[in-house]
Design a protein around this ligand. Structure first.
Ligand code: NDP
Length: 406
């Protein structure tokens, strides 16, 4: 059961491929065929070789431009997978959804669509596909990474088992990992920098509240990492969570950054290197941020030098099922070196690739089904939470003495 075509061959795709191969060997019949297609076929071959070495599982490789709908449709028609797992970049989302509709294949991704020329993270472009997927009898599962992804499932799990009503939700994303690089992003640099330099927005009492990028900073003591500066940011799951769990009156997203990262980013911004509008260089149009990406380390290359842990989770305050006001903290702690030993990738790729594998398992096993376009929090969290515990991302819930004081 479950033929998969992964698109993209970066760190996240590598982890997802390794984890799918593990399940092919250990869980009867799940992911019985895995293929991978990306722009640079040598990266597909490198993943396939590592999977063969570690798990003795064959992965077929294909070269593809995922922005070419006709080319992807042709590959889908030839392979006839049950599910396309989009682990390329958010720019490809709509093209890949079109190809899935043309070939009659279910779709899944980990990041919402972004137009190339505006750093805007909004779901409406993908939600607009709902009726077409519904009419075709196909499922599109959006946002099956960690955040979005696990954090949204954490929220629905808390709502299902612990709260009558959630009033406030804070998503805290801490990467306590350190490596030898002066400045490196732990997932695709272009997407990461677009996200970090965007205006910060959170949801409060039915409206968006905006603050300048990286202007609100708090210190939080993360288990397994220690005290870290975290910054208020916009993140796409705020939009889907406030839509699907409208009772939550305030949803905020925080991410930690070290002083060195902020220092480098500030300089890069000040000199115009994070711009996403074209500039003319030696008679040719280039996008400064894309050029910057080409000189920064590839996230997939950081695995063997990254040490430390990630700690990502949600703090929810509201009315408990026992009738009492309470604050619960649900989170996962993941170790960079352990992730590397298991899959050859650091923990940020690991914490995204594992939930991508689990989302794929939910769809191909039929545990999550429906015709149309769905965000991950629209499905039953229990089977997903169970797989997190069994496949490398165990979670814990602790009651805090009081709500956050900021
Ligand atoms: P990488 O940049 O390492 O990998 C992206 C891959 O997509 C590369 O192999 C790239 O090819 C390929 N690709 C890009 N454009 C095309 C195209 N037109 N056709 C075919 N292949 C293409 O990124 P990551 O692995 O770090 O991240 C993958 C995805 O996961 C991103 O969308 C990112 O936003 C998302 N993500 C989600 C998270 C979550 O928690 N929800 C967290 C982290 C990441 P090439 O090698 O030629 O460049």
């Amino acid at each position: 059961m479950g033929e998969i075509l992964i698109i993209g061959a970066g760190g996240v795709a590598s982890v997802a491929a390794h984890k799918m191969a593990q399940l092919q060997v250990t869980e009867d019949g799940l992911f019985d065929k895995i293929s991978i297609a990306s722009r640079t076929i040598s990266k597909c071959h490198a993943i396939a070789e590592s999977v063969m070495e570690r798990h003795d599982v064959t992965i077929d490789c294909y070269q593809i431009d995922a922005d070419d709908v006709a080319e992807t449709t042709k590959l889908l028609n030839a392979l006839k997978p049950d599910l396309l797992v989009n682990l390329a970049l958010p720019y490809q989302d709509l093209h890949l959804m079109e190809a899935c509709l043309a070939a009659g294949v279910h779709y899944m991704d980990t990041a919402n669509y972004e137009p190339l020329d505006v750093a805007k993270f909004e779901y409406h472009w993908q939600w607009d596909y709902h009726d077409r997927f519904k009419d075709a009898g196909l499922t599109a599962l959006l946002g099956s990474g960690f955040d979005p992804g696990v954090t949204s499932v954490f929220t629905t799990y808390l709502k299902k088992h612990h709260f009558e009503r959630i009033d406030t939700l804070d998503i805290l994303d801490c990467n306590g990992g350190e490596n030898d690089e002066a400045f490196a992003t732990n997932f695709n640099p272009e997407i990461n920098i677009r996200e970090v330099t965007a205006v910060a927005r959170y949801w409060e009492n039915g409206d968006w509240v905006e603050t300048p990028p990286m202007s609100v900073k708090k210190i939080f003591d993360f288990e397994g990492v220690g005290p870290k500066n975290m910054y208020l940011m916009y993140h796409e799951e705020i939009e889907s969570l406030k839509t699907h769990i409208p009772e939550i009156s305030r949803i905020r997203f925080w991410m930690t950054f070290g002083d060195e990262y902020i220092k480098h980013l500030t300089v890069l911004q000040n000199v115009g290197m994070t711009r996403i509008d074209p500039v003319i260089y030696e008679g040719k149009e280039i996008i400064p941020l894309q050029f910057l990406k080409s000189v920064l380390p590839e996230p997939a290359s950081l695995g063997n030098s990254t040490k430390g842990k990630t700690n990502i989770g949600c703090i929810a305050t509201g009315l408990g099922k026992d009738g009492k006001e309470k604050t619960l903290y649900i989170n996962n702690i993941c170790d960079h070196e352990e992730a590397y030993r298991e899959t050859g990738n650091q923990a940020v790729s690991y914490t995204t690739g594992v939930p991508a594998m689990i989302g794929a398992a939910m769809v191909v096993s039929g545990q999550w089904s429906g015709d149309g376009v769905f965000n991950i929090e629209q499905f039953d969290p229990d089977p997903f939470m169970d797989m997190l515990n069994r496949h490398g991302l165990p979670w814990q819930i602790n009651e805090l003495d009081a709500p956050l004081d900021f």
